[in-house]
Design a protein around this ligand. Structure first.
Ligand SMILES: NC(=O)c1ccc[n+]([C@@H]2O[C@H](COP(=O)([O-])OP(=O)(O)OC[C@H]3O[C@@H](n4cnc5c(N)ncnc54)[C@H](OP(=O)(O)O)[C@@H]3O)[C@@H](O)[C@H]2O)c1
Length: 313
């Protein structure tokens, strides 16, 4: 591929929202590397999607230590992208990573200990070939590690200059409140909460997480905003061979019940009547909810991403 020179108009098409009570603006649409950027995927294809994203103002790339497959390989792809295309644009990118799920064998490669978080971030930085991440997350709540241990590790990571901001993902409301207080008292305010919010899963609203974030100056980013593809036209007429559902691990075929399919078709029809796609409507719905900063989409092609970007009005 030819040398990457970013589109001069890249900031004209995207809208940015302030992330809680912070100096950080995030694009309404961010790009996740959970699927489609691993060692099993074709690098030039990943590169095309990442370039397209950046050229359209999608400056936030979201990763985690174990994205791939295999684990770690999405971060290696990010490292290659830095070398090939994005190094000159590092200061225009907002890169996040996480630790919290299983990453390596033994007692120190999982959950929320200081031992795990510190070692994992060091590994992530090496794989991504960067000196710091803009945002580092505790990827999940650990009921067995004292919250203070996890939170102090996050504070120290910022003090060491390895992350600029801290986020948490999938913590229950009561733990979120403790994290908010602990981090604020140490002058490392919680930047953002990451959770699954979409038209099929409204738990963060029902559990009061979104309201808490909105009321307390914490940003909120919605992962799997398209319910892994269900909230698009992908499955309206069967299960395509190359789809995430046919690959089977995270999006199971039995999720697509006749009732759900009817619901999706009805939403699709409603969207079409308004001149929208179902994906556009689903993303717009999230962006209209109180407290939401960004939707964190996945895309297996730049064409999908292009369609999803239509939700930015
Ligand atoms: N914090 C956490 O615990 C957590 C958990 C999950 C995800 N995340 C983050 O959230 C990001 C997004 O998650 P996700 O990949 O599940 O998001 P998603 O946007 O709900 O689903 C993405 C998938 O939907 C399909 N798709 C997307 N746009 C489409 C379109 N316009 N038309 C048809 N199909 C379309 C594609 O599937 P096909 O592959 O079938 O083409 C794509 O891979 C992840 O990459 C990760 O960064 C975080």
């Amino acid at each position: 591929m030819e040398r990457f020179i970013a589109d001069e108009k890249r900031y004209e098409r995207m809208k940015y929202r302030r992330c809680g009570h912070s100096g950080v603006m995030l694009p309404e649409v961010s790009l996740g590397f959970w699927h489609n950027f691993g060692g099993v995927d074709v690098y030039e294809h990943c590169r095309e999607t990442a370039r397209y994203a950046f050229d359209h103002g999608v400056v936030h790339f979201d990763l985690a230590n174990n994205y791939g497959p295999p684990y770690g390989s999405a971060e290696e792809t990010m490292g290659r992208l830095m070398d090939d295309d994005f190094r000159p644009y590092r200061d225009e990118l907002f890169i996040s990573s996480k630790a919290g799920y299983d990453m390596w064998p033994g007692p120190y490669g999982d959950w929320g200990s200081r031992k795990y978080l510190m070692a994992s971030l060091d590994q992530s930085l090496k794989r991504m070939k960067i000196d710091y991440v803009d945002l580092f997350y505790s990827h999940r709540y650990d009921p067995n590690t004292p919250l203070e241990e996890t939170l102090q590790a996050l504070v120290d990571i910022v003090r060491q200059g390895k992350a600029l901001y801290i986020g948490i993902s999938r913590w229950p409301l009561e733990a979120l409140k403790i994290a908010d207080k602990y981090l604020s008292e140490r002058d490392v305010p919680l930047l953002i909460f990451q959770d699954k919010l979409n038209m099929l899963n409204r738990e963060p609203q029902e559990q009061g997480i979104l309201d808490y974030c909105a009321d307390n100056g914490i940003g909120f980013i919605s992962f799997s905003p398209l319910a892994q593809g269900l909230l698009t036209d992908r499955y309206l007429n069967g299960i395509p061979q190359d789809s995430r559902m046919s690959k089977g691990k995270f999006l199971k075929q039995d999720m697509l019940t006749p009732e759900l399919l009817d619901q999706l078709k009805a939403w699709n029809e409603e969207a079409q009547q308004k001149g929208q796609t179902l994906a556009e409507r689903a993303l717009r719905w999230i962006l209209e909810q109180r407290g939401v900063t960004s939707v964190l989409v996945g895309a297996s092609s730049k064409e999908q991403l292009a369609k999803n970007l239509k939700c930015v009005e």
